[in-house]
Write a protein that binds this ligand. Structure first.
Ligand SMILES: [Zn+2]
Length: 272
């Protein structure tokens, strides 16, 4: 699933390809991908240009030259973007296409149809209505602390809740808690100020590292827990090393917390 780092890659891709080109038309293969009806989308975006972007968690907002016409994209499970010239075939699964007047196109690739596009007129109002908290890279430590200390639930599901902070998915929360050395089942309200600060620091460290490595998991530092998931070939010389904590060598444990598969180091991440 595209997580925050992947959505950030798509944001940068859109900025590098699709800005400042008047939109001529839009085609939509499946109306269920839209959160705004097709005619409104087409009419509102005709002759508009994309000018800037804002990412909040996994929501990508694109401002146009009409301040009350803002496109929202959500990449669902497998969504992606592809910019191409209209002289070549429409890429596979590009189910929504923005045709620019210069002959180029931006395709919204939706293999599994969990992706969504629509219009919003006010981003703050939209986020408030959907109860989406500030982005994980924008939230300040005081706000995060208030939100964590209000909840008497295990910290992992609290961090996954988009009303706590936006953009933290399953592997990211495991990595944050591993880097902060906090057990995923620790009660959120019982965290000390030092632990909350460690979580805030770890969120920045994990997300900024992932974005800097362009979300290529294989390139993440060996000190990351993510290699235990074996999504890519292990970066370790020893093919068995992924099973053990890169800090202390203890065997990594896999449990369920809040119904989600959870990796952690049982020696260093203990419930205090
Ligand atoms: Zn360890």
């Amino acid at each position: 699933m595209p997580e925050l780092p992947e959505v950030e890659m798509r944001r940068l891709y859109l900025e590098a390809t699709s800005f400042d080109q008047p939109i001529d038309s839009i085609t939509v293969e499946d109306q269920k991908l839209l959160t705004t009806d097709f005619n409104t989308l087409q009419e509102s975006l005709y002759n508009r240009r994309f000018l800037s972007t804002k990412r909040v968690g996994k929501n990508l907002f694109i401002y146009t030259d009409n301040p009350s016409v803002i496109v929202r994209m959500h990449f669902g499970m497998t969504g992606d973007l592809v910019y191409y010239h209209n002289s070549i075939d429409r890429p596979r699964h590009a189910r929504i296409v923005f045709y620019f007047k210069n002959g180029f196109c931006l395709g919204f690739v939706c293999p599994r149809k969990f992706e969504r596009i629509g219009l919003v007129s006010d981003i703050d109002a939209y986020l408030k209505q959907k109860k989406i908290a500030p982005d994980a890279l924008s939230i300040d430590v005081g706000t995060l602390s208030d939100k964590l200390k209000k909840r008497r639930s295990p910290v992992k599901p609290v961090l996954l809740d988009q009303a706590t902070t936006a953009g933290l998915g399953n592997w990211i929360v495991d990595e944050v808690l591993f880097q902060a050395m906090i057990h995923p089942s620790s009660i959120s309200a019982d965290l000390s100020d030092t632990q909350v600060k460690a979580i805030h620091d770890a969120i920045h460290f994990v997300l900024e590292t992932a974005i800097a490595r362009e979300a290529n998991y294989r390139d993440f530092p060996p000190s990351f827990l993510i290699h235990a998931r074996q999504w890519d070939a292990s970066p370790y010389d020893d093919p068995e090393a992924y099973k053990f904590c890169p800090r202390c060598g203890t065997k990594i444990e896999v449990i369920e917390v809040g119904g989600r598969t959870t990796y952690f180091c049982p020696k260093e991440q203990v419930i205090s």
